[in-house]
Design a protein around this ligand. Structure first.
Ligand SMILES: NC(=O)c1ccc[n+]([C@@H]2O[C@H](COP(=O)([O-])OP(=O)(O)OC[C@H]3O[C@@H](n4cnc5c(N)ncnc54)[C@H](OP(=O)(O)O)[C@@H]3O)[C@@H](O)[C@H]2O)c1
Length: 324
């Protein structure tokens, strides 16, 4: 009898990786996660095997990938801090790609970002562009998925916009707020990732849902759906950057980096491709507004501090429910 092929997901205790793992398990696949925190509570129980991604030990990494039909790679860092830098994230991902090649993994489904470019002035987008080149130049067959902002249960940015809107009398936007953005629902992303895992052709596609919002309209929509009475004001980006820095000190997190502000204002979260995501942000807000922003979601808790993990995992610490 042939064993069910193994599918490996980096970050199945995280955000997008959880939804990908959940769909793989529902499809009856054998699933392993590679994670930086193997001791973290496993919401999938025995159905998901767990290994550490130890980039300092490429042999062990390759062994944990042996027999895998597909690697779904979500690994990346949102911003540099301490010894974690974009350069180390690029180097670690290169190690992961080489480990796949050594282990004979035929296929990678890799999460990038809209408008990734190796010559971007913004290190996040530049690192993503460099890694796209590393993947297209590897021996692996690949699907590179480039999401814009990802929304859904367990997200950070939308949740925290709602958290501030619930608590503050004023919500300052950088400048006029006319810069546009798109988003994609996390479970649409997972569905598309699984479809990409079944194919063998090479592809690079943007992942967005049909709606395009200005940032001003995006924040106003969230405010309206959660019943916020905060006044939305337009202040100079430099001032808003300073306020976000101060807000970060209050909540003990990095709320939004200056580079993230710059990427947003440069409309790097907009795609010129047809939308592949089906779930509309406004419809999801209708279903989720009551719970959205009730607790602050901390990037530092999730990825830079040791373990108050389940608190940081969003509305359901357990296996995610895509209808949330
Ligand atoms: N979320 C969005 O709105 C969005 C938008 C566009 C593109 N993307 C891309 O989609 C992918 C997945 O994003 P996500 O939000 O789902 O990420 P995530 O779940 O927070 O993290 C994904 C993986 O990266 C690891 N990781 C994250 N930050 C780390 C850090 N500081 N140090 C060490 N490891 C770290 C996680 O480690 P653990 O296993 O230890 O948790 C996990 O394995 C990323 O490549 C991201 O660039 C996301």
């Amino acid at each position: 009898m042939t064993a069910t092929p193994l599918h490996v997901v980096t970050g199945a205790f995280g955000y997008t990786g959880r939804f990908i793992a959940r769909r793989l398990l529902q499809a009856g696949k054998r699933v392993r996660t590679l994670t930086g925190n193997p001791a973290r509570p496993n919401p999938f129980g025995d159905r998901l095997s767990v290994a550490a991604f130890d980039f300092d030990h490429p042999d062990a990494l390759a062994r944990s990938l042996e027999g895998a039909a597909v690697l779904y790679n979500t690994y990346w860092v949102r911003f540099p801090r301490g010894r974690v830098t974009f350069e180390t994230a690029v180097a670690n991902t290169r190690t992961l790609i080489r480990a796949c090649e050594r282990a004979g993994v035929p296929r990678i489904v890799h999460l990038s970002v809209t408008n990734a470019a190796a010559d971007s002035p913004l290190p996040y987008y530049r690192g993503k562009g460099v890694l796209e080149q590393a993947i297209t130049g590897s021996t692996l067959s690949y699907a590179i998925l480039r999401p814009a902002l990802v929304f859904g249960p367990g997200d950070i940015l939308v949740n925290n916009i709602a958290w501030f809107l619930r608590r503050l009398p004023l919500f300052p936007l950088m400048g006029a707020g006319g810069y546009r953005l798109q988003a994609v629902f996390v479970d649409d992303l997972a569905e598309i990732a699984l479809q990409a895992g079944e194919r063998r052709d090479n592809s690079v596609v943007d992942l967005v849902s049909p709606e395009i919002y200005t940032f001003d309209a995006f924040v106003r929509l969230i405010a309206a759906k959660i019943g916020s009475r905060a006044r939305i004001v337009h202040w100079p980006p430099r001032l808003v950057g300073g306020i976000l820095g101060a807000a970060g000190l209050v909540v003990g997190d990095v709320v939004l980096t200056r580079d993230e502000m710059a990427g947003l204002m440069a409309e790097l979260l907009v795609s010129s491709s047809p939308p592949l995501g089906r779930t509309r942000f406004a419809d999801w807000l209708d279903r989720s507004a009551a719970a959205l922003g009730r607790t602050y979601a901390s990037e530092l808790d999730r990825h830079f501090r040791s373990q108050p993990r389940m608190r940081a995992e969003g509305p359901s610490g357990a296996a995610p429910n895509p209808s949330e």
